[in-house]
Design a binder for this molecule. Structure first.
Ligand code: CUA
Length: 366
């Protein structure tokens, strides 16, 4: 009785791939497959969290759901492709000096393989269409955030800091701050986004998706932060040398705490009482500081750089680059480029006692 010879066995020297080739391919597949886990293994939720997987509000939660769906679908597809790749490698016929290369078309005379490829192509198309539908539905859901009683904040991006103006129906109650947003928990926020120089992008991953800030255009972004905490935002569009040094601190706090903070921001700076701080104020107003910065309640009213009226109340300096403290503030004023090369703020050569006085004054700006 004649046994049917499988094509695999028809050639001389036909066998599986070299074990080394197979091991290398399997290792590469494993490493690639484990990459997404690096994103999942996030640090615990804490101060200044910057993590799209730890959502602080409904907008970020919708985006996270979509991300999980994409990860699951793409993970299954990746595993299937790698499995097919492994099987193909394992069953491949190896050529030798005696076996000429096979020159006929890849699938000719192999109807089963052709059917498999057609089925996989169809499944990919269906899967991609499903993901498009999921993306559109997520986009619609993002747009449905109710905005009655929303807080309005106008955010302007500069190289390399954020200017925030809190609007109010009563113009005398608007106020300005920089690099640190405080938001009331549970209340929707409508951000109006502008750019002063180049394209930047607003991104606080715990709270919402990205939105570009484009010079000459106005964009809006609606979000709601439900979970009190500190979240770190980061400019997400390359905008020059200090793109990475353009962070934004977002403090989400209960309504009463937010109201108290906003009330404090609306007040002008208190005149300093301590003689050293008074000297510092004179230095500030008479020197170059006042040519770029504003301090409400004084003659300093320039708008080229962050408003410093309540500087001492902010957690960090220079758009998230330096922790706010006496020593850091002095070092920053003396040589900003040491912390943030390319920054527009020039270094200042003050005598040590002058620098101390200036910092003492800035420390009173609570
Ligand atoms: Cu601003 Cu990148």
């Amino acid at each position: 009785m004649a046994t049917r010879i499988r094509p695999l066995q028809r050639r001389p020297h036909a066998r599986g791939p070299e074990p080394r080739t197979f091991a290398a391919a399997a290792l590469a597949a494993l490493v690639l497959g484990l990459l997404p886990l690096a994103a999942v293994a996030a640090p615990p939720f804490g101060a200044g969290s910057q993590d799209a997987l730890r959502t602080g509000g409904p907008q970020a939660a919708l985006i996270l759901d979509l991300w999980r769906l994409l990860l699951a679908v793409c993970g299954v597809v990746f595993a299937a492709v790698m499995a097919a790749f492994g099987v193909a490698l394992w069953r491949a016929r190896r050529g030798t000096r005696d076996t000429p290369p096979e020159l006929q078309g890849p699938l000719r005379g192999e109807p089963r393989s052709a059917r498999l490829v057609a089925a996989a192509t169809g499944a990919s198309a269906v899967g991609l269409c499903g993901l498009i539908v999921a993306s559109v539905l997520t986009d619609r859901a993002l747009a449905r955030l109710p905005l009655s009683n929303a807080l309005h904040v106008e955010l302007t991006a500069h190289q390399w800091w954020w200017q925030a103006r809190y609007d109010d129906a009563d113009p005398s109650r608007t106020f300005e701050t920089a690099n640190e947003l405080h938001l009331p928990a549970g209340r929707p926020v409508l951000l109006t986004l502008h750019a002063d120089d180049v394209i930047h992008s607003f991104w606080v991953p715990n709270l919402s998706g990205k939105k570009d800030l484009i010079p000459g255009r106005t964009a809006t972004l609606a979000l709601r932060a439900d979970v009190p905490g500190r979240y770190r935002g980061q400019c997400a569009e390359f905008c020059g040398l200090q793109h990475a040094g353009m962070a934004l601190e977002v403090v989400v706090e209960p309504d009463a705490a937010y109201a108290a903070w906003a009330e404090r921001q609306r007040r002008p700076a208190e005149p300093p009482t301590d003689p050293q701080a008074q000297r510092g104020q004179r230095l500030f107003l008479a020197g170059t500081c006042a040519m770029c910065h504003a301090i409400q309640g004084t003659d300093a009213a320039a708008r080229r750089a962050p408003d410093l009226t309540h500087l001492a109340g902010r957690a960090r300096l220079a758009a998230g680059t330096v922790p706010n403290g006496r020593a850091q503030l002095a070092a920053w004023i003396a040589d900003p480029a040491a912390f943030k090369p390319g920054t527009n703020m020039p270094g200042h050569r003050y005598a040590p006692e002058d620098l101390d006085a200036l910092v003492a004054y800035l420390e009173t700006l609570r």
